[in-house]
Design a protein around this ligand. Structure first.
Ligand SMILES: [Zn+2]
Length: 287
């Protein structure tokens, strides 16, 4: 069984090395069902890398539920799995919340995905649903069928009536955590938090306005200590970033005219295995 698996991988990698038929990295990583039996590590960057020795977020915890189990994306660095559990305990203390519904983290060995995300490749990105976690004993089927809720209005310029103080509190706790590098959420949510925050505003720096992100927010953790091959993103600009978020909102409400000199958007190339850090070959080969 192990030998067969090894031979299949050798074949896949041999193919990856011939110019004629190089499989896409997303096909190689998307086919992995289990994590690698290696020391936990992230290699590369959030949008071009892989993950060794990932652990699986348990499907059910007292204060969390992993959603959409059929996707098999509830794998991450142990630091990420601890973070989710810690944040879920804080969320569970909010009135009306019993915990968190957790969306995609990463594939068992990280890497590019066949659908959905460009990042989430290192086991350090986590999608957390905006739908307050209520039932903490959902069936597998319910986890496929339940939908999250959108919190936005006017294309993300404002929050809608689903936004609550509790969302603010959960996002604040999520961002204050030292393990977090940044959090992506739609611009109207950031501006709302900027308006209503009466305490220490330092954490707002990590809350970053972004497209989409109204059904879930996205937490990006820093490279964990001792992760030599992991590439951090530059830290967010200094300050609370509230003026920048307001500018996003202004641009949604009054889109600036297109710049006639803007370069044509580049088409993104799909990565082959050779485009990823070399350690990702071992991550694929490992048992
Ligand atoms: Zn995400």
């Amino acid at each position: 069984m192990i030998l067969l698996r090894f031979l299949a991988l050798l074949a896949a990698i041999a193919l990856a090395n011939t110019a004629s038929a190089q499989p896409l990295a997303k096909q190689l990583f998307g086919a992995q069902k289990e994590s690698s039996q290696q020391k936990s590590a992230a290699f590369g960057s959030y949008s071009r890398g892989c993950a060794a020795g990932s652990v699986q977020l348990p499907e059910t915890g007292p204060t969390w539920q992993a959603m959409r189990l059929s996707r098999n994306r509830n794998w991450g660095h142990p630091v990420a799995i601890d973070y989710v559990q810690d944040l879920s305990r804080i969320a569970a203390k909010q009135p009306g919340w019993n915990g968190l519904y957790i969306g995609d983290i990463s594939q068992p060995r990280g890497g590019p995905m066949t659908s959905g995300h460009r990042s989430h490749q290192l086991g350090l990105d986590i999608d957390i649903w905006m739908l307050p976690g209520d039932n903490m004993r959902l069936s597998r089927k319910a986890r496929e069928n339940i939908s999250s809720i959108s919190l936005r209005r006017s294309n993300g310029a404002f929050v809608n009536g689903n936004w609550t103080k509790q969302h603010h509190a959960v996002l604040r706790a999520a961002a204050k955590d030292k393990r977090v590098a940044r959090i992506f959420v739609f611009p109207g949510a950031k501006v709302e938090m900027c308006k209503n925050e009466t305490g220490n505003r330092a954490y707002l720096r990590k809350i970053r306005p972004w497209w989409g992100h109204h059904y879930h927010f996205h937490v990006r953790l820093k490279c964990p200590r001792g992760s030599g091959g992991c590439v951090n993103q530059d830290p967010p600009p200094k300050g609370d970033g509230c003026a920048e978020a307001q500018q996003w909102v202004n641009n949604i409400l009054n889109p600036p005219p297109p710049d006639p000199n803007a370069p044509a958007p580049k088409k993104r190339r799909e990565y082959r295995l050779a485009d990823l850090p070399q350690q990702c070959v071992q991550v694929l080969q490992s048992n």
